[in-house]
Write a protein that binds this ligand. Structure first.
Ligand SMILES: [Zn+2]
Length: 270
């Protein structure tokens, strides 16, 4: 992975990685170095979403220690066997106690046939209600369930917006999320030439509806395939989006960072 090359080419020195699992086991030994490398690559802020209760405390601690890291807490729809109802009360308490920026990552994943849809739906709805009470945005994980998620957000009258992480739905679904105040997370998926549909969607949507993310250590961009992904790769996502939209990286970087700052209440560069 040639970070130096990326740093040289970065046209924006204030990028925000809105979805980065810096607390993941894959970064256990070197998360501080990875964080430092990302900052040098122009990634000034990273939002670190929670996936299970087991990791919440460590995630909060990591975000307290590392500059520009912002915590989100939630129970991920694919780790149902790790969750239980009592954790929702703890989620409420932690949100009230720590500077948590969002509830997530939460959602529905109907692509994975193992995860019971009904249990996912209940867990999701309960967490949306918690976010609404706390007036926090959501970080959504949605696969093969966009229509169901949109219907649920409407039914619950959720009005605090958020991000649909690594969005891969249709243009029509993208517009529905935008109407509900959600931005679409643009990930390394767009660096792959065969990703025609998602490329078409991120080309067609207004910049006001897009934010950038790596989903590190997952979704390694083209050219780093099979490697551990890193938040320092965010400029590669920006570069691909710039080509797809025929707009300058500087403009896209500034607009997407402003969107992320507004959504999560993140102030100017630390
Ligand atoms: Zn994630």
């Amino acid at each position: 992975l040639s970070i130096k090359k990326v740093v040289m080419k970065t046209p924006c020195k204030d990028l925000i990685d809105t979805h980065c699992h810096l607390d993941a086991a894959a970064f256990a030994d070197d998360h501080e170095a990875v964080h430092e490398q990302a900052r040098r690559a122009g990634v000034t802020a990273m939002v670190v979403p929670g996936v299970s209760r087991r990791g919440w405390r460590r995630l909060l601690d990591l975000c307290t220690r590392l500059v520009g890291c912002y915590p989100a807490l939630g129970l991920h729809p694919l780790y149902l066997e790790d969750h239980c109802g009592e954790y929702l009360g703890e989620l409420e308490r932690l949100i009230a106690t720590y500077p948590v920026r969002a509830v997530g990552e939460i959602g529905l994943d109907f692509w994975d046939k193992e995860a019971d849809p009904e249990s996912q739906g209940k867990l999701f709805a309960d967490q949306v209600v918690i976010a609404a009470h706390a007036k926090l945005p959501l970080i959504l994980h949605v696969r093969k369930a966009h229509d169901q998620v949109v219907a649920m957000l409407r039914r619950l009258r959720f009005s605090h917006g958020g991000i649909v992480h690594s969005f891969s739905g249709s243009l029509q679904q993208a517009h529905r999320y935008a109407e509900l105040g959600f931005c679409l997370g643009v990930s390394g998926t767009v660096t792959y030439e065969r990703a025609n549909r998602v490329r078409g969607v991120v080309a067609a949507m207004p910049l006001a509806d897009l934010v950038l993310e790596t989903d590190a250590p997952d979704i390694a961009p083209a050219g780093c395939r099979g490697e551990r992904n890193s938040p320092a790769n965010l400029p590669l996502v920006l570069e691909a989006l710039s080509v797809i939209r025929s707009e300058s990286g500087a403009d896209i970087g500034a607009a997407t960072s402003a969107n992320a700052r507004r959504l999560f209440g993140i102030g100017a560069i630390d």
